[in-house]
Design a protein around this ligand. Structure first.
Ligand SMILES: [Zn+2]
Ligand SMILES: [Zn+2]
Length: 250
């Protein structure tokens, strides 16, 4: 299995997951050129992707999608309301509407709803011989999200901001309120508690979608690690980056 967070943050998101011979891209929020190059660096031809899974229609998750599908005609999976928000240039024939769990070859993909200010945003639980779950862009961890996170071998989880840094920062108040709200973004400590509440700790956690303005990689790692250590939980943490791929082979 391979999980590579190609880019993560408010300037663009894309995650590559290969499991049991199935190659998936979750979100295409960086340019198609960057996706192509980043995949090539992973030893993967973008043309060989089996599917692109879209979490929601915000531009930091779909900015490269139109060009990527123009080049490679990849099937795009998402909820109906999200598909309806995609650029009209993306052919209908490539759009695959998902409601519940579906399969691509031997891999099961379960979308689960997350609270965020988009049409019908989701996280994805990808299960084959291993399990990878991605969950970013959520205001808080609902009980159904908490349940969906359990069992992941590898978890890509949002650790967006530190509320104190955000409150003191230079963002205008309406934007602060949006980020802090129940349909905004997940704070570092909330990510930590979601991990702490799992029945089975993951083998690896990627802290993802860090705010460039209201967080720092060391602060996210330190906040999460401190809360987990106090609970007696030891989980390897990697911090995803906006600029560089962060990868795991296992
Ligand atoms: Zn986002
Ligand atoms: Zn979003």
């Amino acid at each position: 299995m391979q999980v590579s967070v190609l880019a993560s943050g408010s300037k663009g998101n894309a995650v590559f997951v290969a499991m049991d011979g199935v190659r998936l891209l979750i979100d295409a929020g960086i340019s198609a050129t960057r996706i192509k190059k980043a995949l090539a660096a992973e030893g993967v031809d973008a043309a060989d992707l089996d599917a692109v899974l879209i979490t929601h229609e915000h531009s930091d998750h779909i900015a490269g999608l139109r060009t990527l599908t123009k080049w490679y005609q990849l099937p795009i999976y998402s909820r109906r309301a999200t598909l309806a928000q995609l650029p009209p240039e993306i052919p209908e024939a490539l759009r695959r509407e998902t409601a519940g769990a579906f399969r691509i070859a031997g891999v099961q993909i379960m979308p689960f709803s997350i609270p965020h200010d988009a049409a019908d945003p989701v996280g994805y639980r990808i299960t084959g011989t291993r399990q990878v779950t991605t969950c970013t862009d959520l205001g808080f961890v609902t009980s159904s999200v908490q349940a969906a996170l359990d069992g992941a071998d590898v978890l890509v989880l949002e650790a967006n901001h530190d509320p104190a840094v955000l409150k003191e920062g230079r963002y205008p108040w309406p934007l602060k309120r949006r980020i802090l709200g129940t349909r905004g973004h997940l704070a570092n400590a909330d990510a930590a508690w979601a991990i702490a509440r799992l029945q089975k700790p993951p083998q690896q956690v990627f802290l993802a979608h860090l705010s460039a303005e209201n967080n720092r990689p060391e602060l996210a790692r330190e906040t999460v690690a401190t809360i987990l250590a106090r609970q007696g939980i030891d989980v390897p943490l990697a911090v995803a980056s906006q600029e560089q791929p962060v990868r795991l082979h296992c």
